[in-house]
Design a binder for this molecule. Structure first.
Ligand SMILES: [Zn+2]
Length: 308
């Protein structure tokens, strides 16, 4: 049974009138700009408060330009993230990069003015060409608010593209962007602020369990990426989602998890088990240590495909 309230909300959203503020709850996928805080001399973030479908948003503030990391889901979130950028940047130039093309990271870009320069890796372009708005449609189907937020959302064209690495001079601070290959998605980008030793790790290293979101997601590539991230020796990791992390804790956590999956899955395959049997056995071995069984199964299947 649908409650009458739900019906009213859905009707409002369909009519495009938007939801009244009072109807919003802490679990709504909205970037809470009041949470803006400085985490290092040049870096500010808006934490996601671990709310699903909200990203940690980053601002790297130089003397001549500001780089924004991730937009929030849809133009309304993008506009809020832009307003904060304007306050931090004043008359300085604005650049925008997204850790990957999933809706809550990328589909607010169109709310930024034309003068903002969007930087994309060629892997992101490939990902957009291949998967397009598929995930946005799934997200939009989950709630009336999601549908409202993603109404008319579309990918913004890149102003600057790069293959593997791109260094952006913001004036007194530089941001190093790197395309990390197929990890969480086809086009995971990290942003490294060497002077502050702050790493925006995307979904490649976080506290929550890793998500193998793409058919191209690769356990092998992911482990190689973790080595690269660790070699940077970050002091603070700002992941795409969840709390920020001290040092390389998130990296070692992900590595231990993926290595255990690799070793257990390799053994299952070697013993002649099917992928389904491997999922069952490895999931049982993890028990409570991997609360998200769906995410775990995705990782095991990827590991199985790559097992010798
Ligand atoms: Zn994602």
């Amino acid at each position: 049974m649908h409650s009458p309230m739900k019906f009213v909300v859905a009707t409002l959203a369909l009519a495009g009138t938007g939801l009244p503020l009072a109807a919003q709850t802490a679990s709504d996928p909205l970037v809470r700009t009041e949470g803006l805080r400085q985490i290092s001399p040049r870096v500010h973030i808006i934490p996601d408060n671990s709310v699903p479908a909200v990203p940690n948003v980053g601002y790297i503030v130089g003397e001549s330009a500001v780089l924004v990391v991730d937009t929030g889901m849809g133009p309304r979130n993008g506009a809020a993230v832009y307003e904060v950028a304007k306050k931090l940047a004043g008359a300085k130039a604005l650049y925008l990069v997204t850790t990957h093309i999933h809706p809550e990271h990328d589909l607010g870009a169109q709310a930024f003015p034309d003068t903002t320069k969007l930087i994309r890796s060629t892997d992101q372009l490939k990902d957009i060409a291949e998967s397009g708005l598929r995930l946005a449609k799934i997200f939009a189907s989950r709630s009336a608010l999601n549908a409202e937020l993603l109404k008319d959302a579309d990918f913004r064209k890149a102003d600057i593209t790069f293959e593997r690495e791109y260094e952006l001079d913001l004036g007194g601070v530089s941001a190093k962007l790197a395309a990390m290959g197929p990890n969480h998605t086809v086009g995971d980008t990290i942003i490294w602020i060497e002077s502050d030793r702050v790493l925006f790790s995307g979904d490649i290293a976080m506290r929550p369990q890793p998500v193998f979101a793409s058919p191209h997601s690769s356990r092998r590539q992911w482990l190689a990426s973790l080595d690269e991230l660790e070699a940077l020796k970050p002091t603070i990791i700002v992941p795409s989602h969840g709390p920020t992390g001290d040092g390389t804790t998130f990296i070692s956590g992900y590595r231990a998890y993926l290595i255990e999956i690799r070793d257990r899955t390799d053994a299952e395959k070697k013993a002649g088990r099917t992928a389904d049997q491997a999922v069952e056995a490895v999931t049982a071995a993890f028990g409570d240590r991997a609360p998200d069984k769906g995410r775990l199964a995705g990782a095991i299947r990827s590991a199985y495909a790559e097992a010798p």
